[in-house]
Design a protein around this ligand. Sequence first.
Ligand code: SF4
Ligand code: SF4
Length: 222
Amino acid sequence: MIIAEKKPIEEIIREVEAYDRILVLGCNECVTVCEAGGKKEVEVLASVLRMNFMAQDREKTIDERTLERQCDHEYLEEIRDVIDQYDAVISLACGVGVQFAAEKYMTTPVLPGVNTVCLGANEDRGLWTERCQACGSCVLARTGGICPVSRCAKRVLNGPCGGSTNGKCEISKDTDCAWQLIIDRLKALGKMDDYEIVAPVKDWSTDRAGGPRTVTREDVKI
Ligand code: SF4
Ligand code: SF4
């Protein structure tokens, strides 16, 4: 899922300070699961903003709404009837949702209330870690299901660099070396022969380097 974290409240206050009628808009999907931008976080943020402006004797309208998804036309349409009632929207969706809302409602500022961090997994209560950088050409089949693109600091594709020490990456003794993890998994799978095969040059044109990407599915369009 997409992992995001709440922006510091001071930053959000600066973003919305100039507006009198503000809609705090949450999203029921990834940001709810990672506890950054769901209904609960919308309620908390709206309350904090109200208290902040009340303490300054400033009258503001701060309303709350949480959509099923902000990255979907269908659900974003649900606020079309009310969008003109607001001077600004503070969106707690990921960067995709913020942009999609901004594109749809051209004359209303849509401001980000979270920082979108990565594609990751929930490892433990309160711990989310990166697993994928959406490179567009997945190599997991030959790396034991462990991603060297997102989990190796140098994105090396043919074994560890010289900085790998005692299973840890040279960037931090707390960070596992992705290639150590890959080797351990290949051993467990009895597939160490795969490790000896030199990987072909990866096609990075499918990654961000190739510019913004699109996926078109004619079978879905029908
Ligand atoms: S190889 Fe690419 S698509 Fe596969 S998990 Fe890694 S970043 Fe994601
Ligand atoms: S130590 Fe391992 S994870 Fe870190 S940069 Fe080198 S190969 Fe990649």
